[in-house]
Design a protein around this ligand. Structure first.
Ligand code: KIV
Ligand code: ZN
Length: 520
């Protein structure tokens, strides 16, 4: 068993998290999330999969240059080309890491059609190659939890001998259970020569809802790196959630005597930011970061809470960055109250930004009984529209049971007002058709998502839109109490961002040219 009680946190929101269908983030958003991860004390940031696309390569390189504390890691399949590209991207980091992997279970070995010996040889060659480039090499036998134990021990030993400094044991399909997860790490520590000289990592997917429990069990058995994502973002049912692991280690230190370097008070802010930029809202009852995680509705609970918060809370909201002083915001609130409230929510705005948000806040407060924290967050996260070529001036929509639905729209395009009318299959389709008739483009709509940020029929809807044009991707977001208006603004926002991407990037910049499943 390792002697240290320090568990490293390896965040893969920008790689595994970004692989969840629809969670693509823009370049700027990735840089921002990386900075927040670094500030909160994450040990290793897996910033992307450099060979997958020009966009991924650029994001990993820039994150490598910009990050101050964390190690920056890139993913590479088991071939020299991937590894060289990965190294090119991470080499500028203060602490670069190459993470290379191959699927070792029978099902995964069949894909590149390698037998056990051929795969063992491939692992030896590729890990050696990575180690010749970089001192810090992580190797993963993908689908480790469904790999024969003898073969797993054999290939882990080969990777260690070839120079891997971290061996990650992925439960790629979320198949294991806590006792088995612990036993696997214990077995590797016991059977593999040299295992005590490297760090074992655990990387769990959540297909059976056991990811966090499996990760913690692996730690108890000797793993000293947990791979996770903010809000548990990730393929299918997602990954172990960073906030769950970190808070479990903090709250149950009595039975889980391990520590991390995470500043837990930054959790809520980054969770909200990731939810917004990925377009994946956090479920209300999600542990730690869900809207209801610290809400008490029943009389008995409220009564208990008033007498002693510990009756129904095992951690304080402040521990994760929530403030319990509740400034209620409404149409009579002034600029100072708004500034204080936003600060409480993690936004320290410059004067001009505050003025801009204040105008939109007043507009919202006139239309809505109560302005909730989530409403304010949605307002702040709406983009500064001053540079936009397209602006929405007016929108009137006719909808209902007797179609066709019709939209009359006025846009300001490069300073000139222009109007159009269009019909469509529903009010949103009609609106998008009207925008397109005024500003024709070749982009296809990849994602359109709506969710209500607060409760009630006057809740703000936030809408996310993703467009793709010649391999360039842009996303747009907006919030409004009128869902169709929010949709129009999000669509226009995505077009404005696409125009910028056309100027700044080559066609294909955001196309993933390889899938990480082609692991051979
Ligand atoms: O789930 C998995 O196996 C992975 C590997 C690439 C480590 O994400
Ligand atoms: Zn994974």
């Amino acid at each position: 068993m390792p002697q240290t009680d320090r568990v490293k946190i390896f965040d893969t929101t920008l790689r595994d998290g970004e692989q969840s269908p629809g969670a693509t983030m823009t370049h700027e958003e990735k840089l921002e999330i990386a900075q927040l991860l670094d500030e909160m004390g994450v040990d290793i940031i897996e910033a992307g999969f450099p060979i997958a696309s020009e966009g991924d390569f650029k994001a990993v390189s820039e994150i490598a240059r910009a990050t101050r504390n964390a190690s920056i890691c890139g993913l590479a399949r088991a071939n020299f080309k991937d590894i060289d590209r990965c190294w090119e991207a991470v080499r500028h980091a203060r602490h670069p890491r190459i993470h290379t992997f191959i699927g070792t279970s029978p099902l995964h070995r069949a894909i590149p059609n390698l037998d056990k010996d051929q795969m063992a040889e491939r692992i030896h060659e590729t890990v050696t190659h990575a180690r010749n480039l970089c001192e810090d090499v992580q190797w993963s036998p993908m689908d480790a939890t469904r790999t024969e134990h003898d073969y797993l021990c054999r290939v882990v030993e080969i990777a260690i001998r070839a120079g891997a400094t971290t061996i990650n044991i992925p439960d790629t399909v979320g198949y294991t259970a806590p006792r088995e997860s612990a036993a696997l790490i214990a077995m590797l520590l016991e059977r593999v020569p040299g295992a005590d000289a490297i760090t074992f990592a655990t990387h769990c997917h959540n297909d059976l809802g056991m990811a966090t429990a499996n990760s913690l069990a692996a730690v108890e058995a000797g793993a000293r790196q947990v791979e996770c994502t903010i809000n548990g973002l990730g393929e299918r049912a997602g990954n172990t959630a960073l906030e769950e692991v970190v808070m479990a280690l903090k709250v149950r230190h009595d039975i889980l005597p391990f520590r991390t370097g995470i500043d837990t008070t930054k959790i809520m802010n980054i969770s909200r930011r990731v939810a917004t930029v990925s377009g994946f809202p956090v479920q209300f009852n999600k542990a730690i970061v869900g809207k209801n995680a610290f809400a008490h509705e029943s009389g008995i609970h409220q009564d208990g809470m008033l007498k002693n918060a510990e009756t129904f809370e095992i951690m304080r909201p402040q521990d994760v960055g929530l403030n319990d002083t509740n400034l209620v915001m409404g149409k009579h609130s002034g600029r100072a109250a708004l500034r204080a409230k936003l600060k409480e929510l993690g936004f320290d705005l410059a004067d001009n930004q505050l003025n801009d948000v204040f105008v939109r806040f007043k507009d919202l407060a006139d239309r809505k009984k109560e302005v909730f924290d989530e409403d304010l967050i949605a307002l702040v996260l709406q983009n500064d529209a001053s540079q936009d070529r397209l602006k929405l001036k007016h929108l009137r929509v006719i909808c209902g049971t007797d179609g066709p639905q019709k939209a009359d729209i006025v846009l300001e395009i490069d300073g000139q007002e222009r109007s159009a009318t269009a019909t469509g299959d529903g009010p949103v389709d009609a609106t998008f058709n009207a925008v397109k008739s005024l500003f024709p483009h070749g982009a296809t709509l990849q994602i359109y998502q709506v969710h209500a940020v607060t409760e009630g029929t006057d809740a703000q809807a936030t809408v996310s839109v993703r467009l793709e044009e010649q391999g360039r991707i842009s996303t747009g977001q907006s919030a409004d109490t009128d869902t169709v208006v929010a949709s129009a603004k999000a669509y226009i926002n995505a077009i404005n961002r696409l125009i910028v991407r056309r100027e700044k990037t080559a066609p294909g910049a955001d196309t993933k040219t390889v899938s990480y499943r082609d692991a051979g």
